[in-house]
Design a protein around this ligand. Structure first.
Ligand code: PHE
Length: 342
């Protein structure tokens, strides 16, 4: 009997076959268990001898079962390790990852550059009341500049008595908000989205500007010129840039100047700092006394400059991108071509 089961244990090919052997021998209805149960009907000394012997047999079979079980588990593990091995030295498969959009990247860069010059960041809403967007900036309702702004107006239902709102056409309303909140002296930039109904190679209906505002007791156009040149050198990473100040007109600055930067087109490549072309990048000037007044700042005590720069424009120049519209088409092939996406 013992030999029969030891042989069965040894030849069980897997754990379930082994379990069958265990049940047949030691299970409740197993052969050994049945013999054990039979002990009760024996004479005392017969029972003693048979019981001792049965116990030995049972223990031996039990030990063999355990040993075989451990052996089978080891073998199963070995087989798995052989079958499922992994070469950790293989190079990883390339995986596409998301990246920061070039315009966001440029916003972060310019914020850092202006921060080095002491400018904090100010913010305002993209849906702006027409008072902040126009009136406070010395553009009264009948002013022709209102038409030139190609404004998106917010719908108002009949009976809605909230003041009229627009999608802000420039970041200049943030000048008013910042001065009203913080007073003077003040040195802030305000990067953000602005909207105008305009669409061609260099215009999109949504684009980005960064407003600059610096008010103190004796800030002048000379300070403006230095700040802009310093910014351009740092931003375009060139030792020097040539800027051109063109006399211009904005209702909210007096005097006003538009600023162009030297650039060139060579073999379809846009280059910055050199060449025969000028690219307009910003409007600027000395903040108009009426604007200071509208924001609660005394123009007899304070003065300073403001500028509004096209972020997408300077991003195009920095990365040599000819068509502004591509920035906002989310075309992965385009983003990858310019190295903006993996
Ligand atoms: N807000 C003007 C524009 O959008 C730019 C500007 C800002 C001009 C500040 C002067 C001063 O064109």
């Amino acid at each position: 009997l013992k030999a029969k089961y030891l042989t069965a244990v040894a030849s069980a090919a897997d754990e379930s076959a082994l379990e069958e052997v265990r049940v047949a021998a030691l299970g409740k209805k197993g052969e050994i268990s049945a013999l054990m149960a039979g002990l009760g009907k024996m004479e005392p000394d017969q029972r003693k001898a048979a019981g001792a012997m049965l116990n030995v047999v049972k223990d031996e079979i039990d030990a063999a079962l355990r040993a075989r079980k451990a052996g089978l588990a080891d073998a199963a593990l070995d087989a798995r390790l052989k079958g499922e091995w992994l070469d950790v030295t293989l190079p990883a498969r390339p995986r596409r990852v998301g990246t920061i959009h070039p315009v966001s990247q440029v916003m972060e860069e310019l914020t850092a550059i202006f921060a080095d010059m002491g400018f904090a960041v100010a913010e305002g809403p993209q849906v702006e009341s027409d008072w902040y967007n126009f009136d406070a900036l010395n553009i009264p309702p009948e002013h022709p500049a209102r038409q030139e702004h190609d404004t998106f107006f917010m719908n108002r239902a009949a009976g809605d008595d909230r003041p009229p709102h627009v999608l802000r056409t420039h970041t200049s309303p943030v000048q008013i908000r910042a001065m009203t909140e913080q007073g003077a002296p003040i040195r802030v930039i305000a990067p953000g989205r602005v909207y105008r109904m305009d669409m061609d190679q260099t215009h999109t209906p949504m684009f980005h500007q960064v407003e600059g505002l610096c008010i103190d007791r004796d800030i002048s156009m000379a300070n403006l010129k230095w700040v802009l040149e310093e910014f351009c050198r740092a931003f375009f990473e060139v030792p020097s840039v040539e800027l051109r100040f063109r006399a211009s007109h904005f209702p909210f600055t007096e005097p006003s100047a538009e600023v162009d930067i030297r650039c060139s087109w060579e073999g379809g490549q846009l280059k910055i700092g050199q060449g025969d072309k000028w690219m307009e990048i910003l409007g600027s000037g000395m903040v108009h006394p009426k604007v200071l007044k509208a924001a609660g700042v005394n123009p007899d005590e304070w003065q300073g400059f403001a500028f509004g720069m096209g972020i997408d424009r300077i991003a195009m120049l920095k990365y040599g991108i000819p068509d502004l519209r591509a920035f906002f088409e989310s075309d992965l092939r385009w983003l990858r071509h310019y190295g903006f996406a993996a």
